[in-house]
Write a protein that binds this ligand. Structure first.
Ligand code: NI
Length: 138
């Protein structure tokens, strides 16, 4: 962590009361930590909106028995090899597979890859969780 600096904030009492309640609900250690968390969250969100490089994970659930689906998903992933850094395959049960596709690249490209995977017939669930590469967040 870098050097800590203090700064004052003025805000309406009602807003502060709401914020204090929010912090208690979240189990934050203290108000400073809660404000730091919020600032980091907004900086990460800005990375997504500005199409900066992000790291994240696409979660897929699909039917294992659809053979042509497995081929399609593999083809799509090969087409995006520059974006995919790792894939983990988990056999959920006799019929279903879960795949965690770790991605690193432009936010919009990661979202596009998730959309393509989601629109593939037989995919039951696809969602992208965007995080940060960490390089621009103190
Ligand atoms: Ni499987």
């Amino acid at each position: 962590m870098g050097r800590l600096v203090r700064f004052g904030v003025s805000l309406e009492k009602e807003l502060l009361n709401r914020f204090n309640g929010f912090i208690q609900g979240k189990g934050c250690a203290n108000r400073s930590e809660a404000i730091r968390d919020l600032i980091r969250k907004e900086l990460v969100k800005e990375e997504w909106l500005k199409n900066k490089e992000i790291a994240g994970a696409i979660i897929l659930v699909y039917n294992h028995h659809k053979r042509e689906l497995l081929d399609s998903l593999t083809d799509i992933q090969h087409d995006h090899h520059h974006l995919i850094i790792s894939t983990q395959h988990i056999h959920l049960d006799h019929n279903n597979c879960l795949e965690i596709v770790a991605v690193k690249g432009k936010a919009r490209e990661a979202q596009r890859l998730c959309d393509i995977l989601k629109s593939t017939k037989g995919v039951k669930y696809a969602a992208l969780t965007m995080a940060t590469t960490g390089s621009r967040i103190p």
